[in-house]
Ligand binder design. Structure first.
Ligand SMILES: C[S@@+](CC[C@H](N)C(=O)[O-])C[C@H]1O[C@@H](n2cnc3c(N)ncnc32)[C@H](O)[C@@H]1O
Length: 223
């Protein structure tokens, strides 16, 4: 018997997936609801199955130092914060005071505000000011797509061996196959090619949500 391993996710199957995955906790549900109230902007937030995946990955890595590039209203940060080591901290980068005010409120209510350091500045400035030695265990990139390669280049040398990099929107709604002169999917495609050619990491691209790349940082003595 053969079957198609590339299952097309119908709305019913999507509900089934959510129903059989880690459900959002009350604080995560609250920020999802709050963000839904922002109308079309809510599409900037990672979907619930990706939130569950971030929570799981962070729980596996147990980062002492985690970095998020692109925080918005704070849902993905909340997912990452759940997995932090007992003394772990999350550095969040964003440029919007308005959107991250919602994040701050959410983190306060969830009791994790004292473990998250939010920097309001262009993310590259924040990343470039970090210590240059490898000290980051987990990094999540989910901001302006034309910055992805520079964020990657700022992060990779600062990642500990076996650290985990996660990049969102790597399929960009499928447009990476045919950017058609649109600079945003073209930037995402350029980023994907950059990661593919990077011998410092072992990447896996997952067709989850809008496409997610996971990459393990190799140790210097690995061949
Ligand atoms: C897709 S949203 C992030 C969604 C968030 N990860 C979540 O799941 O809730 C992208 C965010 O990147 C931020 N952003 C855009 N350009 C930026 C830059 N140059 N530096 C830092 N943040 C930036 C935006 O303000 C926005 O909040």
């Amino acid at each position: 018997m053969s079957f198609d391993k590339q299952v097309r996710v119908t709305p019913e199957l999507y509900d089934y997936v959510l129903d059989h995955s880690l459900a959002p906790d009350p604080a995560q549900r609250t920020v999802i609801e709050r963000t839904r109230g922002m109308g079309g902007l809510a599409g900037l937030q990672v979907p619930a199955e990706q939130g569950a995946l971030l929570t799981l990955l962070s729980g596996v890595v147990r980062p002492r130092v985690a970095v998020e590039v692109g925080t918005f209203t704070g849902y993905s940060a909340l997912c990452i914060a759940k997995g932090l080591a007992a003394d772990g901290r999350l550095l969040c980068c964003d440029v919007s005071e308005e959107w991250t005010d919602i994040a701050r409120e959410t983190w306060r209510e969830a009791g994790v505000a004292d473990r998250i350091d939010l920097r309001i500045a262009p993310a590259l400035e924040t990343l470039d000011a970090l210590p240059s030695h490898p000290h980051i265990d987990l990094a999540f990139i989910d901001a302006n797509k034309d910055g992805y390669i520079s964020y990657w280049e700022a992060l990779v040398p600062r990642m500990r061996p076996n650290g985990l990099l996660i990049a969102d929107n790597v399929l960009y709604g499928g447009q990476v196959l045919k950017p058609d002169g649109d600079p945003t999917p073209a930037a995402v495609h350029a980023f994907n090619e950059h990661v593919k050619a990077d011998r410092r990491v072992e990447p896996v691209m997952l067709p989850v949500a809008d496409g997610i790349t996971l990459a393990r940082v190799r140790a210097l003595d690995e061949d």
